[in-house]
Design a protein around this ligand. Structure first.
Ligand code: ADP
Length: 589
C-alpha cells in the first residue's frame, strides 16, 4: 500500500516536473516573443534611421536592468546597433548567430547557448525587422539567462517534492490506518485460535464492529462453545468410567502396543504389588517383574485373540493366586493397539477347591476303610460255612463296630452338611443355654460312668439366654463331652460348666485326660485331623467332632479355644454372645 502511494507520488512528481519544464520553456519563449515584438517597435525608428543609436542604447540598458532581460538590436548586416547588456562597439557581428540566421530565413528564430559577452547560458528569441515594403532593415533579439528560468523550475520542483512527500506521508498514514483496521482483528483471531489449539477452554474472540471479522469471530466462538460442551461430556464420561473401573474389585490394566501402561486401577496395583506411583507410560514388565504377565500380553497382541493364565504371586502376607484374562485392544480398523487385562484374586476360591478336594478324598477314604473291613469279614463268613460260632460272634462284633463307625461318620457328615447349608442365623431364637448343656450331660452321664469317670456339672441358677439353634448347641456339648470321655483314662474327672462374663456365655469342658501336644492345637479343628488316627478310630472317633464344634460356634457369632497340658488334661472354652434384653442393640465393630 505504502509502495503504491510512493510510486504514484514519484510518477506524478516526475511527470509534473517534465511538464513544468516544458510549460515554463513555452511561457518563456512566448514572453521573449512579446518582448521581441515590443523591442521591434522601440527599435524601428533607429533602424529606419530616424532616431539615434546612443538613445536606443541607453533605453535598452535601462529596460534590460528592469526586466533582467538582454535586448539587442542589429542592423541588416548583423552589426550590433544597441545592446542592453554590453557596449555595442565591442560586440562582434551577430549575423551568423543561429537565431538571427533563423529569423533571416523565417522571420523569427530562437536558440539557446552560452554567451561569451554576458558570461551566462541564455535563451534567445530573434525577429527580423522589415520596412513597409518588406525590405529587411535589421533584427531585434531578446535573451534571458537560463539560470533565472531554472531557478523558477527548481523552486517549483521543490514545491513538487514537498507535495509528493506530503502525498507519500498521507498515503503512508492511510495505509497504516487501513492496515490496523485489517491486521488487528486478524491478529486477534489468530491469537484466539492458537489459545484454543493449546487447550485454553475459555479463550473466545471479542467481537467488535459488525464486519466479516466479527462474523468469523462469532463462528470461531460457536465452534469453541460446541467443542467445550463435547470436551465436558467426554470428561464426564471419562470420570464415570474411571470411577467404575477404579471401584471394581477385579483388577483392570490396559497396555499399549509397546506394553506400556495406559491405565491400572487400584485393585490391579494391589494385586500385582506395584509400588511405583507414576504408572502411566511405564513398561508393564519393569513395573511388575512378572515374566508370565509379559508373555501373556505378547501372546494376546501377536495372535490378536483372548488368552488367560493363572499366576502365583508371593507377597509379604502370603502367596496369592491370580487368574488373569486378557483381550486385544483394537482400533476401528481392527488393528491391535494393545491389550486389556482383567485380574481376579482366586486365592480363596482355589483354597476352597483344595479343601473340598481333600475333603472328598478324606470322606472316600474314611468310608472305604470300614466298608472294606465289613466286606472282608462278611466274605470270610460266607466262604467259611463251617466257621466256629465263637469266631463268627467275634466277626459279627467287629462288623457291628465298623457299622457303628460308618453310622457315626455319616451322621457327622450330615450334621456338617446341615450346618454348612444353613443360611446365616435365620434359625436362631432366644434359648436358655442351660437346656442343651443339661440334655447333653444327661445323655452322656451313662457313658462316663461306664468308664468310671466322675462328671461334674456346674450350671447357673438363672437362665443363660443366647440367640441360637438348640440342636446345634447340644451337638457342640455332645462332641466336646464325648471327646473328654473318649480321651480320658478310667478314673479321671470331667467338669462341665456355664459361666457368664462380659456379655458372653462361656461353656467349659475340662478333663484330666491325655491332653494334646502344642503342635496339634492349631489343627485339631480341621476336618479329619486327628492327633492319633488309630486311637481315634479305635475309640469310635470320626475326626469331624471339633470341625462341627467350630462351625456351629462361629455360626452363633462365638469362638472356641483350647488349652491343653499333655498327660494332664485339656480344657475347651466355647464363648457365645448373650442375647440382649428386648430393645437393646449390640454395637458391631
Ligand atoms: P475325633 O472324632 O477323632 O475325636 P475330633 O475332631 O473330635 O475328632 O478331635 C480331633 C482330634 O483332637 C482327636 O482325634 C484327638 O486327637 C484330639 N482331641 C479332641 N479332644 C480331645 C481331648 N479332650 N483330649 C485329648 N485329645 C483330644
Amino acid at each position: 500500500m505504502l509502495g503504491v502511494g510512493l510510486s504514484a507520488a514519484l510518477v506524478v512528481s516526475f511527470l509534473d516536473d517534465r511538464s513544468l519544464v516544458r510549460g515554463a520553456s513555452a511561457i518563456l519563449e512566448r514572453e521573449l516573443c512579446e518582448h521581441a515584438v515590443l523591442l521591434e517597435a522601440v527599435a524601428a525608428n533607429t533602424l529606419f534611421g530616424t532616431a539615434d543609436e546612443p538613445a536606443l542604447q541607453e533605453g535598452l540598458r535601462r529596460l534590460g536592468q528592469q526586466n533582467a532581460t538582454r535586448y539587442t538590436v542589429l542592423d541588416v548586416r548583423g552589426r550590433v546597433v544597441a545592446d542592453s547588456g554590453a557596449d555595442p562597439d565591442r560586440l562582434e557581428n551577430h549575423l551568423q548567430r543561429p537565431e538571427v540566421v533563423a529569423a533571416t530565413r523565417d522571420g523569427a528564430g530562437s536558440a539557446r547557448r552560452y554567451s561569451t559577452s554576458v558570461g551566462d547560458e541564455l535563451i534567445y528569441q530573434a525577429r527580423a525587422v522589415r520596412s513597409g515594403d518588406g525590405t529587411l532593415v535589421g533584427f531585434v533579439r531578446v535573451a534571458r539567462p537560463i539560470a533565472a528560468f531554472e531557478s523558477v523550475i527548481a523552486a517549483n520542483r521543490q514545491q513538487l517534492l514537498v507535495a509528493a512527500a506530503i502525498a507519500v506521508a498521507v498515503a503512508a498514514l492511510m495505509a497504516c490506518l487501513l492496515a490496523r483496521g485489517i491486521v488487528r482483528p486478524v491478529t486477534h483471531l489468530q491469537q484466539v485460535a492458537e489459545a484454543m489449539a493449546q487447550g485454553q477452554d475459555h479463550a473466545r474472540a471479542s467481537l467488535g464492529t459488525d464486519d466479516e471479522f466479527a462474523a468469523l469471530g462469532r463462528a470461531l466462538n460457536t465452534m469453541a462453545d460446541r467443542l467445550q460442551v463435547r470436551v465436558e461430556e467426554m470428561r464426564r464420561e471419562r470420570a464415570k468410567l474411571s470411577a467404575i473401573i477404579g471401584s471394581m474389585v477385579e483388577g483392570v490394566a490396559g497396555v499399549d502396543a509397546e506394553e506400556r501402561v495406559l491405565h491400572m486401577n487400584a485393585a490391579a496395583v494391589d494385586m500385582l504389588g506395584v509400588s511405583e506411583a507414576n504408572l502411566v507410560g511405564q513398561p508393564l514388565l519393569e513395573l511388575t517383574r512378572i515374566p508370565e504377565l509379559h508373555e501373556l500380553v505378547t501372546a494376546i497382541m501377536q495372535n490378536g485373540e483372548k488368552a488367560s493364565c493363572e499366576l502365583f504371586i508371593q507377597k509379604a502376607e502370603g502367596s496369592r493366586v491370580l487368574q488373569i484374562e486378557g483381550a486385544p485392544l483394537r482400533d476401528r480398523d481392527g488393528a491391535v493397539l494393545g491389550a486389556v487385562l482383567v485380574l481376579h484374586d482366586v486365592t480363596d476360591l482355589r483354597r476352597l477347591e483344595a479343601v473340598r478336594r481333600d475333603f472328598v478324598a478324606n470322606v472316600s477314604h474314611e468310608l472305604k476303610t470300614p466298608l472294606t473291613a465289613i466286606k472282608g469279614m462278611i466274605d470270610t463268613m460266607v466262604d467259611d460255612a463251617a466257621m466256629p460260632a465263637e469266631t463268627r460272634g467275634r466277626f459279627l462284633e467287629r462288623i457291628q463296630r465298623q457299622a457303628d463307625r460308618l453310622a457315626n461318620l455319616v451322621s457327622d457328615l450330615l450334621v456338617l452338611a446341615r450346618i454348612e447349608s444353613s443360611k446365616g442365623n435365620e434359625d436362631h431364637q432366644p434359648i436358655d443355654l442351660r437346656r442343651p448343656v443339661h440334655d447333653s450331660c444327661q445323655q452322656l452321664v451313662a457313658a462316663a460312668q461306664h468308664k468310671r469317670l466322675r462328671l461334674h456339672v456346674a450350671i447357673p441358677q438363672d437362665a443363660v439366654t443366647v440367640n441360637g439353634e438348640p440342636e446345634s448347641l447340644r451337638q457342640v456339648v455332645d462332641n466336646l463331652l464325648g471327646n473328654a470321655i473318649r480321651y480320658t483314662p478310667e478314673g479321671g474327672e470331667i467338669a462341665v460348666s456355664i459361666q457368664t462374663r462380659a456379655g458372653e456365655a462361656v461353656i467349659t469342658v475340662r478333663d484330666t485326660g491325655i491332653g494334646i501336644a502344642a503342635q496339634h492345637l492349631d489343627r485339631i479343628f480341621e476336618r479329619f485331623y486327628r492327633v492319633d488316627k488309630a486311637r481315634s478310630r479305635e475309640l469310635g472317633g470320626t475326626g469331624l467332632g471339633l470341625a462341627i464344634v467350630k462351625h456351629v460356634v462361629l455360626s452363633h457369632g462365638g469362638s472356641v479355644t483350647v488349652q491343653s497340658w499333655p498327660g494332664s488334661g485339656s480344657a475347651f472354652n466355647v464363648k457365645i454372645p448373650l442375647a440382649l434384653p428386648t430393645g437393646e442393640h449390640r454395637m458391631v465393630s
